[in-house]
Write a protein that binds this ligand. Structure first.
Ligand SMILES: NC(=O)c1ccc[n+]([C@@H]2O[C@H](COP(=O)([O-])OP(=O)(O)OC[C@H]3O[C@@H](n4cnc5c(N)ncnc54)[C@H](OP(=O)(O)O)[C@@H]3O)[C@@H](O)[C@H]2O)c1
Length: 243
């Protein structure tokens, strides 16, 4: 799919990788976003005036559904849905001050909301001769690390969901792709890890994967992680245990 003159809905577009995707896709396409923060939406629209924005907090599935209902009334078709929104909470489940309510929040934002968007936006995607759902995933879906246990589990679940949905849609024109990212330099990973990939490289790779219809696109160091995990699964577990 050549990303020119397409209708593209991007989530998590106010920061990091999502914002970089907007920067790269804005000029040649029609961009729609769903974001939670009114001020950030205004900021985005002042930089990119033609963006159409809808407001919803992804931890609130009713609000998300309301936003999607408006989208379904206002937009008649969609070429590309980029499910990019996510949070990564770092406290350990064994920490004294671990907030148990964060579990449902993280699962809802990172996983359930994506299932909802795929379900509710499918009719718009089906209007096209060729459409794509791109789920932004992580190497942690292949081999989870010690910290951020819920985050890793949501990415594993997203991988499973993406594969099943791909099978379910195999007789339609809608393709389900995933981009598996390594550590990328964004607000999510501030003060964490070394040798991070830049958002510029990560977003370029994502766009290339969509344009070339790469089904499960391993980006940067994820290629090596998948290779190690396939041949030496216990080594992959050992490496990730130290993270
Ligand atoms: N950075 C990495 O190293 C890395 C590695 C692998 C995969 N990924 C994946 O890449 C994607 C983008 O991550 P990023 O690093 O660019 O993160 P980021 O800079 O923290 O951006 C996250 C985006 O999600 C939005 N968001 C968070 N909670 C939300 C909620 N409740 N409702 C609506 N929007 C919400 C944020 O909105 P606000 O601006 O309002 O907070 C922001 O736009 C995620 O799927 C992440 O899992 C990232």
């Amino acid at each position: 799919m050549k990303l020119i003159n397409k209708r593209i809905l991007i989530t998590g577009a106010t920061s990091g990788i999502g914002l970089e995707l907007v920067k790269k896709l804005y000029q040649n396409n029609h961009i729609y976003v769903i974001a939670r923060n009114k001020h950030k939406i205004e900021e985005l629209q002042s930089r990119f005036p033609d963006i159409v924005a809808y407001q919803a907090d992804f931890s609130d599935l009713i609000a998300l559904q309301d936003a999607v209902n408006v989208i379904n009334r206002e937009i008649h078709s969609l070429d590309l849905l980029i499910n990019n929104v996510a949070v990564q909470y770092t406290p350990l489940i064994t920490d004294d001050d671990f907030a148990v309510t964060s579990i449902v929040d993280e699962i809802t934002i990172n996983f359930t909301s994506i299932c909802y968007l795929c379900y509710f936006l499918l009719p718009l995607l089906n209007q096209k001769h060729s459409a794509v759902i791109l789920n932004v995933n992580s190497g942690l879906a292949i081999a989870p690390k010690t910290t951020s246990a819920i985050y890793c589990a949501t990415k594993g679940a997203l991988n499973s969901f993406s594969q099943s949905l791909r099978h379910q849609l195999s007789n339609t024109q809608v393709k389900v792709l995933q981009a598996f990212l390594p550590l990328v330099d964004t607000p999510m990973t501030e003060a964490r890890g070394n040798s991070k990939m830049s958002v510029d490289r990560a977003s370029r790779a994502i766009i290339k994967g969509i344009e070339k219809t790469i089904i499960d696109h391993d980006i940067g160091k994820v290629k090596l992680l998948r290779f190690i995990n396939r041949l030496f699964p216990s080594l992959a577990k050992k490496i990730m245990r130290n993270h």
